[in-house]
Design a protein around this ligand. Structure first.
Ligand SMILES: [Zn+2]
Length: 268
């Protein structure tokens, strides 16, 4: 009995195939059976797309091992992966307006609260699409990378949240292109800290963000194609110069968008 059971296990195909960068801030694109339930680190995380595709993101401070499981043939089948560490510098920015570092003005506190509510609602989007599958390109044509993902920030001497984006410097008015297809789930022209902000849902819990825009060219609810113009670079909100802050989240985990470039989902 035991022999037969272990033999049956060994003969089974791998529960899924995957591509991507298995490191802190990185992403895995997986392919398994259509609609198969997925669990990550022991927590249920939805089901694979009708093509069998799914996404797993690894947070800035992800532990050294991750477990990814799919439910197939009546049971969970898990694989564990080593997640490579990333290194993060400390970045000090001084001379910011104090109300943009820690607001004390009740009107600004209210505005930040309203902005957060809008963003939380958009981040809850779970579009039933797999628009990430062809991979991502840079959203600007000739960007200069000024601040990488993950740096620990000290603003006006106060330790603050890490930088959860990649800053791409470019003149005000430079067109921003959708780096992959998706569904626009938020397009707000003037948030307090983020300025003009667009959020695009690429499916399977993967949502990208474009901050500080001077102009938006898409609306919430619109589907966009790869390289479609979505707005213009600006310096609205908390920005010390014109740039695009490009961010990415998988569910509640913050990812490094630069690690998405040129990674395609495994082909069938
Ligand atoms: Zn930024």
């Amino acid at each position: 009995m035991c022999l037969a059971a272990s033999r049956a296990f060994a003969d089974e195909a791998a529960p899924f195939v995957h591509s991507g960068k298995l490191m802190q801030g990185g992403v895995m694109f997986g392919r398994t059976e259509p609609g198969a339930p997925i669990a990550v680190d022991g927590k249920a995380q939805g089901v694979a797309s009708p093509q069998g595709l799914f996404v797993v993101g690894f947070d800035r401070d992800a532990p050294g091992t991750a477990s990814v499981a799919v439910y197939r043939a009546g049971r969970w089948m898990a694989q564990s992966f080593d997640i490579a560490p990333a290194t993060y510098d400390i970045q000090r920015i001084d001379n910011l307006p104090q109300q943009m570092v820690t607001a004390t003005d009740p009107a600004i506190i209210e505005r930040e609260k309203a902005d957060r509510a809008l963003k939380d609602k958009a981040f809850a989007s779970r579009a039933d699409i797999d628009d990430f599958k062809g991979g991502f390109v840079l959203p600007l044509e000739h960007p200069v990378r000024t601040s990488p993902f993950g740096v620990q920030r000290v603003l006006n001497g106060e330790p603050k949240a890490p930088h959860y984006g990649v800053d791409l410097a470019a003149p005000v008015g430079t067109p921003i292109h959708a780096p992959a297809p998706g569904l626009v789930v938020l397009a707000e022209p003037d948030l307090y800290l983020d300025g003009g902000l667009t959020l695009i849902d690429h499916g399977q819990g993967l949502i990208s963000m474009y901050l500080h825009q001077s102009r938006l060219d898409v609306k919430a609810g619109e589907r966009v194609g790869r390289l479609q113009p979505i707005g213009l670079v600006g310096m609205k909100g908390r920005a010390t110069g014109p740039h695009l802050c490009w961010r990415m989240k998988w569910r509640d985990r913050n990812l490094d968008p630069s690690l998405m470039i040129a990674t395609e989902a495994p082909k069938a």
